[in-house]
Design a binder for this molecule. Structure first.
Ligand code: PMV
Length: 333
């Protein structure tokens, strides 16, 4: 084991094409379904962790503000797993910055816990394999297991009770299919119902939940095949189907969970109009109101032009398929 000290890591957010919604074990944070996502390059979390000899409890600074309450508790619990693995008890100073709005359905927990897993484990003197990092990140947030890897990533549901097989792996590299994603930001407030509570509520009350879980076994091979064959129409078909199905499960919960606003709905229609007009683009929406337009790179300027000035669109962020989590060794390295 190397020296305990500090480390900095960066990770990109990811957008699910076949979505994770539901847990088979709440305590271990094990998914009820597998999922497939794209890791992106422009929505980045950068996290530093320093373990201190004389610290009195962990501290967390998020985007320049000291965090307390449930956010700090969640990070401290995560650090406990790292401390346990490293066999030490030192407190940590954690500082994290997002290049994008936090908690608004832009996958900040995915990039956040992937970056924290790498920074904390390195700072604790551990050299975890990507697989071990993915298992660790999953305990913070299910989707974070995917942000450990770049390109197109598949997260396995796994069947073991201890969750050692609920892990992500790269399906295809960023170079395999350089798609673009244009993110239309339509709301900046943190969401009312977080994905953790939303999933539990759906499992407990949505009449569509069991059908949703059973359907993943059909969607996953279709999505995997579309990516490996670079078949855009097939990817558009399975991704839009899976996205609307996930939201249908959430909406049919009691009381229903509706992550969309007026602009989200208008943009879903616009994505379909664009495709009718011959533009290779499709939409996906996670647990929030933002719409992600996934397109062939040559179509990105047209997509942005169609969305520019759209009432209710607060920002357009263009992303390419990005790399997995990595240690930050300084600018340009
Ligand atoms: O990883 P969590 O707990 O933030 O859940 C992610 C849920 C979705 O973003 C809606 C779907 C997904 O697979 O990322």
């Amino acid at each position: 084991m190397s020296k305990i000290g500090n480390a900095i890591a960066v990770a990109g957010a990811n957008f699910a094409l076949v979505k994770y919604w539901g847990k088979r074990n709440d305590a271990l944070n094990l998914p009820a379904v597998g999922s497939i996502s794209i890791t992106v390059d422009s929505l980045i979390t950068k996290t530093s962790v320093a373990f201190k000899e004389n610290g009195s409890g962990d501290s967390l600074t998020m985007n320049g503000e000291l965090a307390t309450g449930s956010m700090l508790a969640r990070v401290s619990r995560f650090l406990d797993w790292v401390r346990e693995m490293a066999g030490m008890k030192l407190s940590a100073v954690v500082k994290t910055e997002n290049s994008f709005p936090t908690g608004a359905g832009l996958a900040s927990s995915a990039s956040g816990f992937a970056a924290l897993a790498l920074a904390a484990s390195r700072a604790a003197g551990l050299a975890l394999s990507p697989r071990e990092l993915s298992i660790l990140a999953r305990q913070g947030s299910g989707s974070a297991a995917r942000s450990v890897f770049g390109g197109f990533v598949e997260m396995r549901r796994g069947s073991r009770d201890d969750g050692r097989d609920a892990v992500a792996a790269e399906l295809a590299s960023p170079a395999h299919w350089p798609l673009s994603v244009v993110v239309a930001v339509t709301g900046l407030k943190p969401k009312d119902v977080g994905s953790r509570d939303g999933m539990t509520h759906s499992r407990e009350t949505s009449p569509f939940y069991d059908t949703w879980v059973a359907g993943a076994d059909k969607d996953l091979p279709q999505c995997r095949g579309a990516i490996l064959e670079r078949d855009f129409d097939k990817l558009a078909d399975v991704s839009e189907f899976n996205c609307l199905k996930m939201h249908a499960v959430a909406m049919a919960s009691r009381p229903g969970i509706l992550y969309w606003n007026d602009t989200t709905v208008a943009l879903i229609h616009e994505a379909r109009r664009m495709r009718k007009d011959g533009i290779p683009v499709f939409f996906t929406v996670d647990a929030g109101p933002q719409v992600k337009f996934i397109c062939l790179p040559e179509a990105a300027p047209q997509v942005k032009k169609r969305l520019a000035g759209w009432p209710g669109v607060k920002d357009l962020i263009e992303c390419a398929v990005g790399k997995g989590v990595r240690e930050w060794l300084g600018e340009g390295r």
